[in-house]
Design a protein around this ligand. Structure first.
Ligand code: ADP
Ligand code: MG
Length: 286
């Protein structure tokens, strides 16, 4: 089971003066239970790609196949079970305002499960545990989402997707605007979901998160794939050929520098691991 993206292109406002080619020929496979990160400068196409994973956007060319269901350019009279697809792939939008529309947090959290005909007691249970998972207490249930702070809105948007327990959870820059505590809480939540078998697809500017967690990283540049591979490969590529807007974490840069001088240290963002390897190297050379 997987999401297979094959030759995906997306043009906004095709054949108008506003025509923008946002993605061109992107291909990638996302396995069930894996962790994938999309990185790239602002405007490189990350959000456009994320919105294809659950068919919010449809390809101009190419296909996105989710567990065997292929979604291509929109055709007349086609029959696609988008509801089933969106139940498998949950998307947390880049801006909570794109996602939230109900008058209370309770209604927001209940929306998708109710739409899927879940029992009211199960909806209540799922809403409660989703809210708890994002670190908000039950007093938030009666609040209006639009009266919340930016960070709280983001957490409610995440909770509203968690209630659906998707197999693939796609999050578009979810750590933006969160303070340190909220960021580690969110990462702890994603680590837990990943351990339980949820595939995580994370759009992020935070390369430390990408390098420390991803199985594969897709680097986009002006809508095209500029690199795809394991964190160590992408880190080496960025070191050899820097891309503006993508800043390697300092510890990783140091590790790459040490490796270029022939020292055997891991490509890690963890200073402890790099230091331990250096100590071992020194012992070896004595
Ligand atoms: N709704 C839209 N209408 C027209 N152009 C858009 C729209 N959304 C994004 N774009 C354009 O598509 C390109 C890719 O944008 P986006 O996917 O948002 O990139 P990123 O998430 O990497 O910042 C940019 O040139 C952007 O201006
Ligand atoms: Mg974006």
């Amino acid at each position: 089971m997987s999401i297979v993206i094959d030759g995906l292109s997306h043009i906004y406002h095709e054949n108008t003066a506003l025509q923008t080619a946002a993605l061109e020929g992107v291909s990638l496979s996302i396995e069930k239970g894996s962790w994938t990160c999309f990185i790239g400068h602002t405007g490189s196409g990350k959000s456009t790609l994320a919105q294809h994973l659950n068919a919010i956007l449809r390809p101009t060319a190419g296909t996105v196949t989710v567990d065997g269901t292929a979604v291509g350019p929109e055709k007349k009279r086609e029959r696609l079970d988008l509801r089933a697809l969106r139940r498998k792939v949950g998307l947390v939008f880049q801006y909570p305002e794109q996602q939230l529309f109900e008058e209370t947090v309770r209604a927001e959290l209940a929306f998708a499960p109710r739409n899927w005909g879940m029992r009211e007691d199960e909806i209540r249970e799922r809403s409660r545990s989703a809210l708890k998972a994002v670190g908000l207490d039950e007093s938030y249930l009666e609040r209006n989402p639009f009266g919340l702070s930016g960070g709280e809105k983001r957490r409610v948007a995440i909770a509203s997707v968690l209630t659906t327990a998707p197999d693939y959870l796609v999050l578009d820059e979810p750590t933006a605007g969160l303070d340190g505590r909220a960021r580690s809480l969110l990462l702890g939540l994603l680590d837990g979901l990943h351990r339980q078998g949820t595939a995580i697809v994370l759009v992020t500017h935070d390369l430390e998160i990408a390098f420390s967690r991803a199985d594969q990283i897709l680097m986009l540049d002006h809508g095209r794939c500029a690199g795809i591979g394991a964190p160590a490969e992408i880190a080496q590529q960025l070191y050899n050929d820097p891309v503006s807007g993508l800043v390697l974490p300092e510890v990783m840069k140091t590790a790459l520098l040490l490796r270029s001088k022939g020292l055997r240290v891991p490509l890690s963002c963890d200073p402890e691991k790099v230091a331990q390897a250096l100590v071992r190297e020194r012992r070896r050379s004595k």
